[in-house]
Design a protein around this ligand. Structure first.
Ligand code: AGP
Length: 656
């Protein structure tokens, strides 16, 4: 939540800050701002709304300075307006700060500061930090920050500049990510790697309670008591291209297309001499043999990958696996058996606050933690006993796609590896599985090449949606006599839907989706529904198809679109029975089925059909994911939604 960037050096600061903010905008996009210091002068500009509004405002300004900070916000305290946008400052313009995180004791600190005469302008928790720095500053900004962070409870990544020390940029972190970029013409702080990739690939990862002091040529890191700490630089392997759209209209589409290659890389890196290798797992085989249960914790899409992981691990490793949402797991009485329970945390960003807290809660109870992460050096990765990186490259679109299939792929490999260590899987069976698995990237490519079919289903749905809207507007016509005929109503409905879907769509034509799947594709149903609601704002529910009769069947009439995930499998006939039950109630079915399945294409089963290549049902979630992602994408585009930056969401949820 929130992205921060800071630069000190000889290059013009504003373009560096703006480019950094652009690549961090996925972290929050309800307001943005920058602050620069030029000798004794200060420049601050903040705007509510997307970054483009800030950009617009900066066009007409001549801004100088050699040090600056920037922020893109996802509001936690105070509505997203200009006053609450960062950077914040104290009573005068001596100190400017940007912050990502939450200061839990801000109210107590604020009351005290007000008593002492400080005047607050915003409703944010952040502003107290600026006033505290102002209160305690005695000529050394880094030392002041060390002193101030001792007073703070909560989480923070901070960037601080001062016109009293124009040649210094200070950063600090606790429980919110902050990296230091080591450049040739200056140095950087940023919430995430993509913000600095155009300038440097050398970085230092700050740990909790560390403060960094940057000048143009020097970087000094201190612990909270002000003692210098020596830290190593790391070389970032991601390249600049990987964080750009590369000719695609949206990051989401680019990331959907990247999936076959991501899977190929994962397979290439982890299969040697027909065996799965996890060189940096840090879990000795002896330890893996001792485990008698597995607990997976994660949020959102990563949770769905974890649910699928349960089916995969239980089949190949033959141990009981529980899966929990991190936000639930962290507060319940977790049953952890020391050395016997393996906790697997799954997180693309490695910074999700609830997952990090769940990890810590499990650790306190003596669990060994294995993390499945994408972002190298992230908090979750660093606090785990062992890490398996999914190597998906930067995922920028808020809606996760390639990280999901990369997490699934990692579960397959992990299960094959653990199964062989624990002897629940022999070499021959493992080899057979790997042979099927290595075919997946090429099959994914086929689905992507045939995306036109998914697009046409999406377009048909949208047309249906517009008609529904038109019907409802026609109904309104009788009420308010606004429209003369259905055609005009339809035209108007289209304009409503395209121009202001979120305003009109929900009011007039909510046309919900139901996603049904069974067994290993039950998590696929949940993930398909999540993708759709995230980027189109259409109500969508995912259900285990067998649960339909226990409630959701009441929703069925001719309006919801029921997406039935029914690839060839041992429970295929059960899915067909569910579909029959839906059709018997006038339900509209979109079936996701295996190519060559003649039965399901009959009118009595499906109104719409999307086919996936034939594959063993065990690996089918890897293929099913793609048409579901594409469907959500094309509907979102058709309805004029902001695909990469859906409302109210942020990519990394670093607050509880
Ligand atoms: C996915 O499309 C979502 N944006 C969201 O559910 C996400 O998967 C969740 O917040 C977990 O994030 P993480 O993988 O970075 O921990």
């Amino acid at each position: 939540m929130c992205g921060i960037i800071g630069y000190i050096g000889s290059e013009p600061v504003t373009p560096i800050l703006m480019q950094g903010l652009k690549s961090l905008e996925y972290r929050g996009y309800d307001s943005a701002g920058i602050a620069l210091v030029d000798g004794g002068k200060v420049f601050i500009c903040k705007r509510p709304g997307k970054l483009s509004r800030l950009e617009e405002c900066l066009k007409s300004k001549i801004i100088k300075g050699n040090v600056g900070i920037g922020h893109t916000r996802w509001a936690t305290h105070g509505e997203p307006n200009q006053v609450n946008a960062h950077p914040h400052f104290g009573d005068n313009y001596d100190f400017m700060i940007v912050h990502n995180g939450i200061i839990e004791n801000h109210q107590v600190l604020k009351t005290e500061l007000i008593k002492e005469g400080h005047k607050f302008k915003s409703q944010t928790d952040t502003e107290v930090i600026a006033h505290l720095i102002e209160k305690y500053y005695r000529g050394d900004l880094a030392k002041t920050v060390c002193k101030v962070i001792k007073l703070l409870k909560g989480s923070y990544a901070l960037g601080v500049i001062s016109r009293l020390q124009p040649n210094v940029l200070v950063g600090a972190r606790k429980d919110s990510p902050l990296i230091v970029g080591v450049g040739k013409t200056g140095n950087f702080i940023a919430s995430d790697v993509p913000a600095i990739l155009s300038y440097t690939r050398e970085a230092i990862y700050l740990d909790n309670n560390e403060v960094v002091e940057l000048t143009e040529k020097k970087i000094t890191i201190y612990d909270i008591s002000g003692r210098p700490v020596h830290k190593k630089k790391v070389l970032i392997k991601w390249d600049v291209k990987s964080a750009k759209k590369g000719g695609f209209t949206h990051f989401m589409m680019k990331e959907i297309h990247e999936q076959p290659q991501v899977l190929r890389n994962i397979l290439k890196g982890r299969i040697r001499n027909k065996r799965v290798v996890f060189e940096q797992l840090k879990f000795p085989e002896k330890q893996i043999k001792k485990i008698d249960n597995i607990q997976i914790v994660a949020c959102g899409t990563a949770y769905h990958a974890g649910l699928c992981g349960k089916y995969i691990l239980e089949k190949l490793v033959q141990l009981p696996v529980s899966v929990d949402n991190s936000s639930e797991f962290r507060y319940r009485d977790q049953i952890i058996k020391k050395d016997r329970t393996l906790v697997i945390t799954v997180s693309q960003s490695g910074e999700t606050a609830d997952t990090l807290a769940a990890l810590r809660a499990a650790k306190l109870k003596g669990a060994k933690i294995l993390s499945v992460c994408n972002v190298i050096g992230s908090s979750i990765a660093r606090e785990s006993d062992g890490v398996v990186y999914i190597h998906a490259g930067p995922e920028i679109a808020v809606a996760s796609t390639k990280a999901y299939t990369a997490q699934l792929a990692t579960f397959y490999l992990l299960a094959i590896y653990m199964g062989m260590v624990r002897k629940t899987l022999n070499f021959k069976s493992a080899d057979k599985l790997l042979k099927v698995f290595t075919k997946v990237p090429a099959l994914m490519e086929k689905i992507i090449a045939e995306q036109g079919k998914v697009k046409s289903v999406a377009q048909k749905y949208i047309r249906k949606y517009h008609y529904r809207l038109a019907e409802q507007l026609k109904f309104l016509e009788n009420e308010v006599k606004v429209f003369k005929d259905a055609r005009k109503a339809l035209a108007f409905a289209k304009v409503c839907a395209q121009k202001s879907y979120s305003a009109y769509g929900r009011r007039f034509g909510d046309f919900p989706f139901l996603y049904l799947g069974r067994n290993i594709n039950y998590p696929s149903a949940l993930e398909g529904a999540l993708k759709l609601k995230e980027i189109t704002y259409i109500s969508a529910e995912g259900y285990a198809a067998g649960e339909m009769k226990h409630g959701p069947i009441a929703l069925i009439d001719e309006f919801p679109l029921v997406v039935c995930i029914a690839p060839k499998s041992k429970i295929y006939d059960k899915m067909l029975s569910n579909i029959r039950e839906i059709k018997a109630r006038k339900g509209v079915v979109l079936a996701i089925a295996t190519k060559g399945d003649r039965e399901i294409r009959k009118k009595e089963y499906s109104d719409f059909l999307i086919q996936i290549p034939d594959i063993d049902e065990f690996f089918s979630p890897l293929l099913v994911a793609l048409p579901l992602q594409l469907l959500a994408y094309f509907i979102a585009v058709g309805l004029g939604c902001d695909v990469d930056q859906p409302r109210n969401l942020a990519k990394s949820v670093t607050v509880e």
